[in-house]
Every structure is written in structure tokens, then in C-alpha cells.
Design a protein around this ligand. Structure first.
Ligand code: UGA
Length: 431
């Protein structure tokens, strides 16, 4: 049975560890945060991810173990997956200090052949540095470094990790290739074998391309607003071309989360360091930031003065099925509303706990979507959770006060239906 260490019990690490356990591997997951490991051991996960707690429960202390000792994990494993954070520095560059720290610790405890695998998103050449760091600390060269980037999406991470659409493996030896062919033999998807730098680039290029698709359709939505076209239909018509595809053509208030904004910055920075000016990616980010402003402008055109107005916000997390608030568009939008003197009543099915840490104190967190709408003049839909799609808008309107503004930041509702119900409705790129 493959023996695996997963270093880092964050979103990527915990999902990686528990899905490997589900695939029959013996997994030991390490984190230097004692509180986090203690919490996981009591059965309470540090974040919400559908299906993850069942997986952890099923394998806990059968073939999935948790520890704070990196020495123990390294000694007991042949594959060591590094899943620690690579947050942005002030200048946008990825902060790789955790990766280096882990590399040193692995080097200190290396006691035989192991494969050290980068799973976190890292800039090109991290693998080379990692190899050097481990070799210097261990005084040995009998190990391999590999890059096996993750492509999982928050909210569907368990499914994405169990049924990936591809597995990318950047390798430096034939031995490592044979080991990985065996390791991933039960995963029925294309496998791309390449060198380290290529694998590192595939991950960054994929995220950059997807963000570009979103910003592209968002620019089209601005154009639709001006010429009276419908961005949803434009996306439908474009997406039917198999070279374009339907995915990631959903216009709205832009992307958030800890991956796209951070990776775009890190990628632009890395390209510049390599002497390549990737201005296209800067524009992708600029457009993304602009979408929130456009949405707020649309609201201000309808409501005029924000001061002392009560406004409902439906959806706070950066996307549905997660409680993750990092770079969520709702944060900037709500801060702007509060700055202009509005009172915000918010509801999100999962994110209240995380949202309280980053939103202004004056925000009122409500028990239900209907409760949030109570006594408000405008309702803003910022995250397209399924429960909002199914909401009875007639009842919602009864809770609200005139002029019944409904701002749909994700084009979730039917404009005609909303207007028929008497809402002063606006959305992104649809008349
Ligand atoms: C993204 C990638 O999709 C994953 O493949 C990758 O592994 C991950 O980053 C990572 O690097 O770790 P994630 O950030 O979890 O995953 O979520 P996405 O589903 O990609 O959504 C990102 C943002 O784009 C969300 O704010 C979403 O609302 C927005 N989005 C997405 C749109 O505005 N329009 C779309 O058409 C699609």
C-alpha cells in the first residue's frame, strides 16, 4: 500500500489527504498548527467543503492519521506532498517561505528514497530550489522532486480530486515516473508526464486562462449594456463552438477566491522576472476589479443616495458551496455601501462565521434570505447559491420597502419575471 505524507491541512492538503485515503492509500497529514490538528481530531473541520467531513470520518485513524510532527510523517512515507500556502507578498510575488521551511524539515529527516511532490501552486523553478534545499539539509541525493499540481475547485473539491480530468506530473527521473504510474493507476484520466518547469507552468497558465475567459465575458457584458444585447445569449452562442466551450463564460461581478487573484499576480510577477511582460494578465485583473465598481454604479443610479438606506445582501462567499471569503467581491461591495452610510442586512448559507472576520462590524447577519430582505429598499444578489435561485420573490418583495430594487450580480434571476413582480431590477449585461 502506498504510504503518503501530506504536509499542510488547509483546503488543498485536507482534500488531498482524505481523497488519497479514499483511494486506499495510507496517509499521514501534518500541520504545524496544533490547534487545527486538535480540532480535526475532534471531528470538526476548519472550513466547509461538501462531502469532506464524511471522508475524514470514514478513514480517520484507519488509514488517515493527523500529526504535528513532520519528522514522523517523513519517516513513515514514501510520497511526501507539499500542500502549504503560497500567499501573495505586498508586490504580488508568491511568498514561498513555507515551502522552503518544509523543504528544510524534510531534508533533516530524510532516511531513504522518497519522492517530494509540490502540490501547491508555485512559480516556475520552485522545484529546482526545493531539490537544492533538501539536498543541502540531508546531505543525500537519493530522493526525487516532482510537481503534481492540483486543479480542484472549492465547493466541488472532493469530486474534483477523486475524478480529475487530468493528472499532470513534472518529473526528473524514470524511477519517479514508474512509481507515479503505479500510484495513480486507479485514476482513469489522461496523464501528462513532463519536466518540472512545464508542470509548474501548466498550473499557472490554466488558472490565468480561466480568469481571462471570465474577464473577457465581463467586458462583453459591459458592451451588451451599451448596445442593448444579452450577454447570456452571447455566451450561449459562443460556447456552442467546441473550440470555445460554455465553461467560465458566466458574466457577473467578477471572480474572487484565493486562487485566481493571487495566481494572476504571482504569474505576472514571475513572467516579468523571466523578462516577459504579460500585460494581458494585468488587464484581466483590472477588468475584474472594475466589475464591482460597475455594479455599484448601477445601484447608485437607481437608489441615488446610499446614506441611511437599508440594503439586503444575499451571498457573501466568493462562490457557492464554500464559506471562503478570501477576495470575495462581496467584501469590497459591502465596504463601499457601509462607507457611504448604508445599513447592510446580510445572509449567506455557510459564510457568516468567516464573513464576520472581514466585514464591517455594522453589518447585520440574518437568519434567512427573507429575514435579510426585511425593511430594505434594495436587495443585492452577490453569490449564486441554489437557495436564492429557488427563493419566492413575491414573498421577498412583501418584506421589502419601495422602490424594491433588485440588483442581480450573477444574472441568476429572470429579468422579465422580476420586473413583472414589480422589482426595479438590474443585472450585468442583460437589458
Ligand atoms: C480555481 C480553478 O477553477 C481550479 O481549477 C484551481 O485548482 C483552483 O482555482 C486553485 O488554483 O486552487 P476556485 O478558485 O476554487 O478554483 O473556483 P472557481 O470555480 O474556478 O471560481 C473562481 C471564481 O470565478 C469565483 O469567484 C466564481 O464566481 C468566478 N467565476 C467562475 C465567474 O465569475 N464566472 C465563471 O464563468 C466562472
Amino acid at each position: 500500500m502506498d504510504k503518503v505524507a501530506v504536509i499542510g491541512a488547509g483546503h488543498v492538503g485536507l482534500v488531498t489527504a482524505s481523497t488519497f485515503a479514499e483511494k486506499g492509500k495510507t496517509v499521514i497529514c501534518v500541520d504545524n498548527d496544533h490547534g487545527k490538528i486538535a480540532q480535526i481530531k475532534t471531528g470538526k473541520l476548519p472550513f466547509y467543503e461538501p462531502g469532506l467531513d464524511e471522508l475524514v470520518k470514514r478513514h480517520f485513524e484507519k488509514n488517515l492519521y493527523f500529526t504535528t510532527s513532520i519528522a514522523e510523517a517523513v519517516k513513515k512515507s514514501e510520497f511526501i506532498f507539499i500542500c502549504v500556502g503560497t500567499p501573495p507578498k505586498k508586490n504580488g510575488e508568491a511568498d514561498l517561505s513555507s515551502v522552503e521551511r518544509v523543504g528544510r524539515a524534510i531534508g533533516e529527516h530524510l532516511d531513504g528514497y522518497k519522492i517530494v511532490v509540490e502540490k501547491s501552486t508555485v512559480p516556475v523553478e520552485t522545484g529546482k530550489w526545493l531539490r537544492k534545499t533538501i539536498a543541502v539539509r540531508s546531505g543525500k541525493t537519493i530522493f526525487d522532486v516532482a510537481c503534481n499540481p492540483e486543479f480542484l475547485r472549492e465547493g466541488s473539491a472532493v469530486h474534483d480530486a477523486l475524478f480529475p480530468d487530468r493528472i499532470v506530473l513534472g518529473l526528473t527521473s524514470e524511477k519517479a515516473r514508474k512509481k507515479f504510474e503505479h500510484f495513480y493507476k486507479d485514476f482513469d484520466c489522461p496523464k501528462v508526464f513532463c519536466d518540472l518547469q512545464t508542470a509548474e507552468l501548466i498550473k499557472h497558465a490554466s488558472n490565468a486562462f480561466l480568469s481571462m475567459k471570465i474577464s473577457f465575458i465581463n467586458m462583453i457584458s459591459l458592451l451588451c449594456d451599451q448596445v442593448g444585447a444579452d450577454v447570456e445569449k452571447v455566451a450561449e452562442g459562443m460556447g456552442l463552438d467546441p473550440r470555445i466551450g460554455h465553461a467560465f463564460l458566466q458574466a457577473g461581478i467578477g471572480f474572487g477566491g484565493f486562487c485566481f487573484p493571487k495566481d494572476l499576480q504571482a504569474f505576472t510577477h514571475m513572467a516579468a522576472k523571466a523578462g516577459v511582460r504579460f500585460e494581458l494578465l494585468k488587464e484581466v485583473m483590472r477588468i475584474n476589479n472594475k466589475m464591482k465598481e460597475v455594479f455599484l454604479e448601477k445601484l447608485k443610479k437607481k437608489i441615488w443616495i446610499l446614506k441611511d438606506k437599508t440594503i439586503a445582501v444575499w451571498g457573501l462567499s466568493f462562490k457557492p458551496n464554500t464559506d471562503d471569503m478570501r477576495f470575495a467581491p462581496s467584501v469590497d461591495i459591502i465596504k463601499d455601501l457601509v462607507k457611504h452610510g448604508a445599513c447592510v442586512r446580510a445572509f449567506d448559507p455557510q459564510a457568516h462565521h468567516e464573513a464576520k472576520k472581514v466585514l464591517p462590524q455594522s453589518v447585520v447577519f440574518c437568519r434567512s434570505p427573507l429575514d435579510a430582505a426585511e425593511g430594505t429598499e434594495a436587495l443585492l444578489l452577490l453569490t449564486e447559491w441554489e437557495c436564492f435561485k429557488r427563493a419566492n420573490l413575491k414573498k421577498v418583495k412583501q418584506k421589502m420597502n419601495p422602490p424594491y430594487i433588485l440588483g442581480d450580480g450573477r444574472n441568476l434571476f429572470d429579468p422579465e419575471k422580476a420586473r413583472k413582480l414589480g422589482f426595479d431590477y438590474f443585472c450585468m449585461g442583460r437589458a
